[in-house]
Design a protein around this ligand. Structure first.
Ligand code: NDP
Ligand code: 2IT
Length: 451
């Protein structure tokens, strides 16, 4: 009998907090999984004997390094670089890079932990990782961003590789940054391999990778609605964020007949009562990805409401799509959404809802798709970008669109399988995603023995 057998959830979390002090986001992410998995494994002795939950909550390895670069005025600047290689039980480490001043170990550990279960849910062979830097891309010239990315990769290159660890984008890391990072990897190693995903189409990128996260988040909502005999047509939707995920979530909502009335950025949100259309969305894409401007400009251009320093959750809606960042829906905001009649939430961002907010949605029987299921479409197409790179060919857009739909449909089904409440029609998608994601990784770890 193992010595630490059958601790309860409180004891487990107390131990985790002791060993990972001052990492609230990491505690939150582990708690969300552990709370469901504890019950599921209660009568499954092998997972206790092999200490799976304890081992899964410790990253395989964390790399922290200095990143020096020169700004346009010749000043030497220093940032921190990170890669958290969380778990490679079911495939090479895989997960994005985030460049944002808020980046710290707690945030990257939570993201790498989440990524492990998300990647498992896709059904593709990918382990979990996350990395990044406290570097602020805002206000930097292209030359500064290039020099930073080159310096970052000059250290990271020795820890990644197409069969080892394959980073991608996340907040602050888009097509421009991936180009600089890939160029430097290729230069350092003299190898043209699929070491990053989200690449440009000219150098090994995949059709629909840039759209995949946002589209997938909407497909997940559509699947939840269809299960109830409903659909997106005519639904009033709140989207937060105005980056990669938010833009393509909004686009897919428009395709499927939803009415998107909000978008947000780090300085405020716009409320367009008439709803966005393709032309307005095109303006946002140009504003945010090419001109790197603020949504306030959109509000002026189209004469819509702009709420500085606020988030969109006070606006009455049918459906909400948080696509900006973690903990952007507070518990109080969850209650506001519920009392305003919100019927469903699909999380495009990673862990955007506070723990008690999730509880509030579940208790109110709101359809709630957690991030590790709802935003898995992005990494799924990343996985298929890896396959295409290995094959040295590019698949057709239609083929990938079909695969994305299928993968999101499978994830939805798996959530229903493990999350359907006995004696009721309600599906606890949080529970379903956590258990379904856990099983594959846990069983692989059992197969490997003590490693
Ligand atoms: P981007 O950098 O492209 O866009 C992020 C958007 O969110 C921007 O509009 C940004 O505002 C806003 N934002 C960022 N931080 C904050 C904050 N603290 N408060 C308010 N708004 C904020 O990132 P992505 O769209 O790629 O990522 C968004 C979320 O989706 C993240 O949680 C990420 O982890 C998750 N995700 C991303 C995937 C991907 O494939 N890219 C895949 C799965 C999940 P501003 O414009 O002012 O910078
Ligand atoms: O959170 C995520 O899933 C991502 N940022 C994308 C990861 C990836 O490897 O495509």
């Amino acid at each position: 009998m193992a010595i630490t057998d059958h601790v309860n959830l409180d004891q487990f979390m107390a131990g985790l907090k002791r060993h990972n002090a001052n990492e609230p986001e990491f505690h939150q992410a582990v708690f969300e999984v552990a709370a469901n998995v504890f019950d599921y494994i209660a009568d499954k002795e092998i997972y206790h004997e092999m200490q799976i939950l304890r081992r899964i909550a410790v990253p395989d390895r964390i790399i922290i390094f200095r990143v020096c670069w020169e700004d346009d005025n010749g000043n030497i600047r220093v940032n921190k670089g990170y890669r958290v290689q969380n778990n490679n039980s079911i495939g090479p480490y895989k997960g994005g890079l985030r460049f944002d001043p808020s980046v710290n170990l707690s945030i990257l550990k939570f993201l790498a932990f989440e990524q492990t279960f998300k990647n498992s849910l896709t059904g593709l062979p990918m382990g979990g990782a996350k990395g990044g830097s406290d570097f602020n891309v805002k206000g930097k010239s292209d030359g500064e961003v290039m020099r930073f990315c080159q310096s970052f990769m000059t250290e990271l290159f020795r820890h990644v590789g197409e069969d080892v660890d394959v980073p991608a984008g996340d907040i602050g890391v888009g097509a421009r940054e991936i180009g600089f990072l890939f160029g430097q990897y290729k230069r350092l190693t003299n190898r043209f391999v699929g070491v990053l995903t989200g690449k440009g189409m000219e150098f090994g990128g995949s059709p629909i990778r840039k759209e995949a996260t946002g589209y997938g988040t909407v497909y997940m909502m559509d699947d939840m609605l269809q299960r109830r005999g409903d659909g997106l047509e005519g639904k009033t939707c709140l989207v937060s964020g105005a980056g990669n995920v938010a833009i393509y979530a909004a686009e897919k909502l428009l395709h499927l007949g939803g009415k998107v009335v909000t978008l947000s950025d780090s300085t405020g949100f716009i409320y367009d009562k008439d709803g966005l259309n393709a032309e307005k969305l095109e303006y946002v894409i140009d504003l945010k990805t090419k001109r790197r401007g603020r949504l306030e400009e959109f509000a002026r251009e189209y004469d819509v409401e702009y709420h500085a320093g606020e988030k969109p959750w006070q606006v009455p809606c049918d459906l909400a799509f948080p696509c900006a960042t973690q903990n952007e829906i507070s518990t109080a905001e969850a209650h506001t959404l519920i009392s305003n009649g919100c019927q469903g939430v699909s999380e495009g961002a990673n862990m955007p809802t506070e723990q008690h907010g999730i509880l509030a949605f579940t208790e109110a029987r709101v359809m709630f798709a957690p991030s590790k299921a709802a935003n898995a479409g992005g990494v799924a197409i990343s996985g298929l970008e890896m396959s295409q790179n290995s094959e040295r060919r590019t698949w057709k857009r239609q083929e990938l669109e079909k695969l994305l739909l299928e993968i999101m449909g499978d994830i939805h089904e798996r959530c229903v399988e493990y999350g359907k409440e006995p004696g009721s029609d309600y599906v606890d998608y949080v529970k379903g995603a956590n258990i379904a994601g856990f099983i594959k990784v846990a069983d692989a770890m059992v197969a490997y023995g003590v490693v």
